[in-house]
Design a protein around this ligand. Sequence first.
Ligand code: C2E
Ligand code: MG
Ligand code: MG
Length: 751
Amino acid sequence: MKRRSNIKRHFNPLAAALIIVAASSLVIGYCIAYPQYAKDTLVIYVCTMVCATLILAISTYIYKSKRTSIDEKDITKIIEDLNTEMIIWSDNFSYVFINKKLRDLLGITADRSDKKEAVWTAFGINSPDESALMKIAGSNSYESSFRNPQGSLVSIAWSTSPVKKYRKQSVYLSTGFNLTELKKMRVNLASANDFFHSSMELAEIGLIMSTDRKIFRASPELMRMLGLKTGTININEFRSLVHPNDRIQFDGAVRSEDLSEIKNIEVRLRSADGSYRWYSYRFKSIAGTGNTLPLFGGAVIDVTQEHEKDILIERLAYIDEVTDIANRNKLVGTGQEIYDSCKVLNYSFWMIVLDIDRFHIINDTIGYNNGNYVLKNFAHILYKFVTPGGLAARISGDNFALLLRDYGDDEMPTRTVKSIQDEFSKLAVDELASINLCCSAGYSKMPEDGNSFLDVMEHAEFALKSSDGTQGSVCGYEPSMHDSIIGNTELEKSLALAIDNNELQLFYQPKINLATGRIMGVEALIRWIKPDGTIVKPDAFVPIAESSHLIGRISEFVLNEGCRQNKLWQKMGYPSIVMSINFASSDFYQTDLKDKVFEALARSGLDPQWLEVELTETLALSDIDFAVDQMNKLRDLGVKLAMDDFGTGYSSLSYLQILPITLLKLDRSFITDIEHDNIAYEIVSAVIRIAKSKKIETIAEGIENNVQESILRMAGCDYAQGYLYGRPMPPEKIQEYFDMDEKRDFNIKRK
Ligand code: C2E
Ligand code: MG
Ligand code: MG
């Protein structure tokens, strides 16, 4: 190569022409300057030119002949060691040169005689037929396949070009490009792709991708999952597969511009069978670079089963089994969230607590299943009144809650409860035909009515309890309900002071013998009389006293004062009556209760037969064995035992067999509607009958009119207590009562 370029430089025709022109110019110049020597100079010049031309011609001939022989050697030399398969071949294969790379591939040596057969093999032909050779000679990428001596398939793409007048004949130079490895890779890639797709299919993972977020490409598995007919789907078609309730979420995801992280949404998509199934869509946006378009998409996985499991777990944790609405856990969690939002966003919610009136009666009399039926239907009615963002929940037993958004209408809770009551009263099944279904409610407002959701809820419950106790009452929470109560701690402090300052007093409510119409006893009911004359009822402070252990001091006062007062009346000459006192559960479970009662009786000198202890059934039933034991101890002293508020708890007449009571107090809720409610009447008379058979006396609480009195007398009830005879009153008023009673008795006798 180097030599050939040197020769080229020596025989540059332009240089030669320049030399000749320069030399001629010099000679002509010289001849003009020295005309005397012009003739000789020209002769010498012409001779020199002739000689130079001769030398040039001879050199050119030598160069040309030499150059040809160098190229022939060079071509084979050059291609021999090139790292690609090469062949030089003439039309009739009289000349064939195969380079080392191809010889090695074909497994032949340089001196082999059957080189042309080897070329045919390399070209993948059996014989050099015209058309095959034409195809090879005229192609830039003729692809051949053949087996090498080891039996492996070899693929080569040949690029063939003619080399004219090579070794005095037309030859072709074929340059090969070995595709064998590439083909293997392609096969692997194809099978990797297949493997990838079948993995996706096995794992049921669908893929979806888009470069413009308008047209999406779906993988075969996604097509199968969603029943897509083509692998291309536009955004509107895709969106139409999304459940209407999940479209906002879907839109948000598709528009997401945040490229930083993988996102996940769970939406319902209409699947191949037409049903909606839950799918997790994990997606990501990848920004485009100079060479690539942005990509948006990800994996779609059917998570219906997981979703169902989650729903089940959620149900177990947050849904009430009986009514299918939210349970207390859910109420407290969601309620606090709403409370927090109210504070931040400056809006408010009503918290309504509802209680089914006399639900225990329904449960006891028409059976558990019907009881559940009532609860379910009540929940269903509540659910209908839930406004967006609100909640209906069952707190416990027959206690429900309703969270309603407040739109500035203070009448809303009362109106809503009235509508609920209307619907509830219409609920009728044969077994319930004669039961008057109603509910009472208390409500508060959040966030203003408490420092937390639980606070607000407690205040609504407080309002419910503060209602007058009549069926269907609705009562809103007011801070004045416990004016002096700023908080329990405050209340405890002032209650402790009140006890020290003797602000607690006993009021007495007369109990009447229905047979004689005369007073046969009184119930001692505690009152807190504040220095300003305000009378605080026990519901407002007894529960706090119970939780703070102040109740012990209160009960001690009630026991001693009740005994003292009763003995005093006896000493004053009034007829002997029974003094009933109420015990809280913490009092009842004190092991030295018997001693305390004994001491009180001894201190006052009251005969035990004139003292009666009222216990609520829930109190007695929380530890039935202990309760029976404790009751027996009191009975041993000669004290009477009454079961208070019978029917409000989990009343069961079977407890009358176990508990050593002497008197059964039918709760006011039975009596309130006894005039209109047949079933209440039936229950009351049945209870009275059974009690009588157990030698247990009965008293009805809350008698407010003469009709109620006559019905109860008719039912065989022994005693009565209620506003009809007198409200709880201070001792001196009871004395007046005694006096009036005597006069009445005197008048009756005179008649
Ligand atoms: P209780 O033992 O069932 O007392 C009867 C309650 O019903 C009394 O309410 C009484 O005023 C009310 N009442 C009686 N007749 C009628 C009526 O015809 N109509 C209406 N609407 N109500 C009537 P009070 O005095 O507010 O007592 C409420 C509860 O507080 C009592 O229910 C009792 O559980 C508790 N309590 C009262 N005094 C004491 C006490 O000294 N110690 C304890 N541990 N609890 C007490
Ligand atoms: Mg009582
Ligand atoms: Mg009672």
